[in-house]
Design a protein around this ligand. Structure first.
Ligand code: SF4
Length: 163
């Protein structure tokens, strides 16, 4: 049985991003992944009942780990607090990952939900800082290893090792 991998829906070509766009990976990469893993798509922000399109959001005063410690919040540029929707979406992503026994996730880079190495810094000035998104923080806390598309070869290696 192939291992299951939780994957950001926008990477699979779904137009679920805040701006109604997708960030799809190439068809050949999606096929390569699907050959060795069962792909479990999720868009945590849509799972948290946010609409498409939606206002861009950034994490203020920290990263996803700080959001779970109530030290940081997720806000839109017009200062709407969307923290609870982001947390609800992350909980759904975790439940889906657990239900499918995912050890790995492949999530979109730099998103306030899905980022794993960098996120935007809360200034809405396109400034990046080190840190992870709200969903990535929760998955990581539960032992799921999160990769972004630039790390896909590492994911392929890990999947090969689990066979
Ligand atoms: Fe893609 Fe994640 Fe943003 Fe949804 S929340 S659009 S899956 S980056």
């Amino acid at each position: 049985q192939k291992p299951s991998v939780l994957v950001s829906a926008c990477l699979l070509g779904d137009p679920v991003r805040y701006d109604g766009q997708t960030k799809g990976m190439s068809a050949s990469l999606v096929n390569q992944l699907a050959n060795i893993a069962k792909v479990i798509p999720i868009c945590p922000e849509m799972a948290g009942d946010l609409p498409v399109p939606r206002s861009a959001a950034e994490i203020i005063h920290g990263d996803g780990r700080d959001v779970w410690r109530a030290l940081a919040m997720v806000q839109t540029a017009d200062k709407q607090d969307v923290t609870s929707a982001f947390k609800a979406g992350a909980e759904k992503a975790l439940a889906l990952a657990k239900a499918n026994q995912c050890q790995f996730a492949l999530l979109m880079a730099r998103s306030p939900s899905c980022g794993n190495v960098q996120i935007y810094d809360g200034s809405f000035q396109s400034q990046l800082r080190e840190g992870m998104g709200v969903t990535t923080a929760l998955l990581t806390q539960h032992g799921i290893t999160v990769f972004n598309p630039s790390q896909i070869e590492e994911l392929f290696e890990q999947l090969a090792d689990t066979e």
